[in-house]
Design a protein around this ligand. Sequence first.
Ligand SMILES: Cc1cc2nc3c(=O)[nH]c(=O)nc-3n(C[C@H](O)[C@H](O)[C@H](O)COP(=O)(O)O)c2cc1C
Length: 172
Amino acid sequence: MSEALKAIQQRRSVRKFTGAPVPREKIVAALEAAMAAPSARNLRPWSFLVATERPKIVALCQAHPYAGFGVDAGAVILPFGSKGSHKWFDQDMAAATENLLIAVADLGLGATWCGMDDERQAAIRALVDLPEDQFVFALIPVGVPADVPAPRTQFEVSRVHWERFGNVGSRS
Ligand SMILES: Cc1cc2nc3c(=O)[nH]c(=O)nc-3n(C[C@H](O)[C@H](O)[C@H](O)COP(=O)(O)O)c2cc1C
């Protein structure tokens, strides 16, 4: 298996961190991977806010109903951008977010994609001085893992339809 395919399977949601800081160069390497993602018309609607100070990490994770586990992370990354005017915003941001998560795993760190909806915007934006016209796409605690779930594939042959609907489980 290639290194890239291994990294994809190594990417698991990590929710236990040692509390150690995350080296800045690893954060930059992960952001470089994020920004290598495809985007419609190559408009690259993304920006990223990186919080590394402990009180900010704690406040961000506690402001999200399902990210409380992230208080011991070494950073929180918020991919954000102008959603309103860009039809493909969500798809572009998802591509960048997944690239980031794969890179994080490959760099020996751990992270979890915590989803952001309209209701969660105001509280998170206020903590990092983001203007109201900016949409926070995800909240991603990133840290040195204290517990790493095993790599795995979730391949299911029944999910693949060859040539026409219903022709699953074989290539003929
Ligand atoms: C759009 C989206 C939103 C998610 N939101 C949360 C979340 O709020 N909190 C959390 O702990 N995990 C969240 N997850 C992580 C999923 O629970 C996780 O990806 C899934 O259980 C599969 O496990 P794996 O990531 O280890 O492969 C989210 C994942 C996605 C793609």
